[in-house]
Design a protein around this ligand. Structure first.
Ligand code: UDP
Ligand code: MG
Length: 320
């Protein structure tokens, strides 16, 4: 039977930790009883350099059920995307299926069962997708929607309304760990893996307790990181702007020449205005061209896997 590992990043989550441990233990026990996962399945709390009692509470939960609650303590605060990656990569060596979920119980733990069912149905990645954002404030909703739209416009493929609540098989996490890049944006990286995927839908609740650790500043940083790590579109936009300015330069040149021949211009104005427009456009084109090469170098240095084999049929494969 498959061993499940639930990975929970925690940063200053003393207010919800016990509640989260109880809720997730309940899910595991239920799934074990239904014989959907093995009885050594576990929850792995990964402490992201919390400054409150989070780690002490993780130790306490571990003592309560040493075989079911594990803990990892990172050295210092590295941020959500990194702590999640650390947890997934550590857990993958101990289990067959991972599920990542936030500690604040905003995501519905009840759909983990559906995720596991979809895994058994042959999916390697199952995304948790929010049905509606009725519990979020208008501001959070608007900024989040803007975030997905912007991502899309920049050509970054993400799953709409999916945060980092997802199931990944062992081999999906193994493939993910081949992405050696340092700037992490999991929502953009996981779809690159390419195995068979599915979604489960749920209503996102309010935080069970404690405060959001994602203020606007961190959200903007995440959005910028997502775009700059996955798209070189801003560079081609510079190139496009350069071409556009050159077209305008022709019009400005015609206007300047007409003014020159119809009189009323100061000596030297025409040549100055034509030079400014053309040089501006040509410089932007040149910067854009250099940028295109830098964009290529950027993609090369990431050393991302070039392909990922999903299934093999050969003389060693089992016949049905
Ligand atoms: N988190 C973390 N390190 C950080 C910030 C957040 O491990 O530097 C964790 C946090 O404990 C929670 C999850 O990431 O489990 C998501 O954070 P939060 O719920 O505050 O974000 P929101 O749901 O408000 O976007
Ligand atoms: Mg949250």
């Amino acid at each position: 039977m498959d061993r499940l590992g639930i990975v929970v990043p925690c940063y200053n989550e003393e207010a919800v930790l016990e509640m989260a441990a109880d809720a997730l233990r309940g899910v595991l026990q239920d799934l074990i009883k239904k014989e959907k996962i093995s009885d050594d399945s576990f929850i792995m709390f990964v402490n992201d350099g919390s400054r409150d009692k989070t780690w002490e509470l993780i130790e306490k939960e571990h003592e309560k059920t040493p075989g079911m609650v594990f803990g990892d303590k990172l050295a210092g605060n590295v941020g959500h995307q990194y702590v999640l990656t650390a947890g997934l990569i550590t857990a993958k060596d101990m289990c067959d299926i991972t599920v990542s979920i936030d500690a604040d119980l905003q995501d519905d733990v009840a759909v983990i069962e559906e995720m596991v069912d979809k895994y058994h149905a042959g999916n390697d990645i199952v995304y948790g997708v929010r049905k509606a954002r009725t519990t979020d404030t208008f501001f959070k909703r608007a900024t989040a929607q803007g975030f997905y739209k912007l991502m899309n416009a920049m050509g970054v493929k993400t799953i709409y309304n999916h945060a980092d609540f997802r199931l990944m098989s062992k081999r999906a996490v193994e493939n993910f760990s081949e992405y050696k890049e340092v700037n992490l944006f999991l929502r953009g990286m996981v779809p690159l893996i390419g195995y068979q995927t599915d979604c489960v839908y749920y209503d996102r609740k309010e935080r069970a307790a404690g405060e959001s650790k994602y203020p606007l500043k961190k959200m903007l940083a995440l959005a910028f990181n997502g775009i700059s790590s996955f798209s070189v579109k801003p560079i081609s936009m510079v190139l496009g702007l350069g071409i556009f300015i050159c077209v305008l330069a022709v019009l400005a040149g015609i206007y300047a020449l007409i003014s020159y021949f119809t009189g009323h211009v100061e000596a030297g104005w025409t040549s100055v205005i034509i030079s400014i427009w053309f040089l501006g456009g040509i410089q932007l084109i040149a910067i854009g061209l250099v940028g295109l090469y830098i964009g290529k170098i950027y993609m090369e240095v990431k050393h991302r896997p070039r392909y990922n084999i999903e299934k093999v049929l050969d003389d060693k494969s089992e016949s049905l």
